[in-house]
Design a protein around this ligand. Structure first.
Ligand SMILES: C[S@@+](CC[C@H](N)C(=O)[O-])C[C@H]1O[C@@H](n2cnc3c(N)ncnc32)[C@H](O)[C@@H]1O
Length: 361
């Protein structure tokens, strides 16, 4: 545990605080009916001084952006799971207070492994909230299909040979274990790992993430608003590591873009006022460059085969069901469509794949 003085002086506090922004935006969107997510309020508690429905409420532009971002990434995750089958593995880098694992469990999606990574300060709070909530912790066991996976018989035949059957597993009190001083939580399906992704990504990922994954099974990694806070060579190292390590792979990133124009400069200034710099955003001035990072030849053997990217505005126009746009447009008054276009054009979702062609928008 850091002392108050150390915590105040730690420059990473500003980066970690971005999880509060993402979670507070999610809570606002859920509270107003943009998103259906019963888990956000269990994993994120707004500061007491901000309690109350009006304080939770974000501006309509933010709520719409949160809706489109979530809908687009949910769709990519669904496409991955449809193609990957029962051994699907998902890794969420900089997962913060994200609720996607629990939402997928409610949809009865088959997932073999779901691994979340963040700084230990963040994972310890999340591990605590999971442990204290029966609604969260009861969903950490095997997913329906993986729990019924049986060991092959010695002859390789499928008939039931009772002499080789293992005894049923003893009932466990809890479907998970909390480790590493409360900063790590592991279960059959869900893993929460304390890692700083900037620390020599290749070796960190090989030593601390890979033991929780099956190299031969399909993997999707998600990085929502994480790479912008890291030096570009470090995020390239992460992309390359995934590309080299897995044959059946998809990666999805959500990033700010267009930071060179006037509106982008304002975004940057606002973040700088909160001691946040964006070293990972500089080399990717537009949407095409976000797609190109997955297929950059400098990734060597880790290069992906296909990639693409869309701004949140493109996603609104061409991906989200028009009926859903109509539904959410009735939730709040928003007449400044040009302002909405401007804001949504400064955020994008990009993806890259190897042997998983349908994971795209
Ligand atoms: C903007 S938040 C997004 C959280 C979550 N992905 C979401 O979309 O709700 C960024 C998250 O990335 C984490 N993060 C940033 N840099 C990181 C690093 N070097 N190692 C581990 N986590 C990091 C932060 O702590 C924070 O939780």
């Amino acid at each position: 545990m850091l002392s108050g003085q150390e915590a105040q002086n730690d420059p990473d506090d500003a980066i970690r605080a971005t999880d509060d922004d993402a979670a507070a935006s999610r809570l606002s969107a859920v509270t107003l009916g943009y998103l259906d997510d019963p888990y956000t309020s269990l994993l994120y508690k707004p500061p007491r001084m901000h309690a109350g429905p009006s304080a939770i409420r974000k501006a309509p532009l933010i709520n719409v952006g949160t809706h489109h971002r979530t809908a687009a990434i949910d769709l990519l995750v669904d496409k991955f799971l449809d193609q990957a089958g029962p051994n699907a593995q998902i890794v969420s880098l900089g997962a913060g207070s994200d609720t996607r694992y629990w939402r997928l469990r409610d949809k009865n999606r088959q997932i073999r492994r779901y691994v979340e990574v963040d700084f230990p300060h963040i994972t310890s709070i999340k591990a605590q909230r999971i442990s204290r909530s029966p609604k969260l912790s009861s969903r950490l066991g095997p997913t329906p299909s993986s729990s019924s996976t049986s060991a092959p018989t010695a002859s390789g035949s499928s008939h039931t040979d009772t002499s080789t059957m293992l005894p049923p597993p003893a009932p466990r009190e809890k479907p998970y274990t909390v480790q590493k001083g409360g900063t790590q939580l592991v279960s059959d399906t869900y893993f929460l790992l304390p890692l700083d992704l900037r620390q020599h990504p290749s070796s960190t990922l090989s030593e601390q993430l890979l033991p929780h994954l099956d190299r031969t099974a399909p993997v999707l990694f998600l990085a929502e608003c994480v790479f912008c806070y890291m030096a570009p060579e470090l995020s390239a190292d992460i992309l390359g590591w995934f590309g080299r390590t897995f044959n059946t792979l998809a990666g999805v990133i959500y990033e700010m873009c267009g930071l060179q124009d006037t509106f982008g400069q304002v975004m940057r200034r606002n973040l700088a006022a909160r001691h946040l710099s964006l070293p990972g955003a500089e080399p990717f001035p537009d949407i095409a460059s976000q797609a190109a990072r997955f297929v950059d030849p400098s990734l060597g053997e880790g290069v992906f085969q296909q990639s693409g990217a869309k701004s949140l505005w493109d996603i609104r126009q061409s991906v989200i069901d028009p009926d859903e746009i109509t539904r959410i447009s009735k939730l709040e008054f928003l007449d400044e469509i040009e302002e909405l276009r401007l804001v949504l054009n400064h955020y994008c979702v990009a993806w890259g794949t190897k042997s998983l062609s349908s994971v795209s928008l």
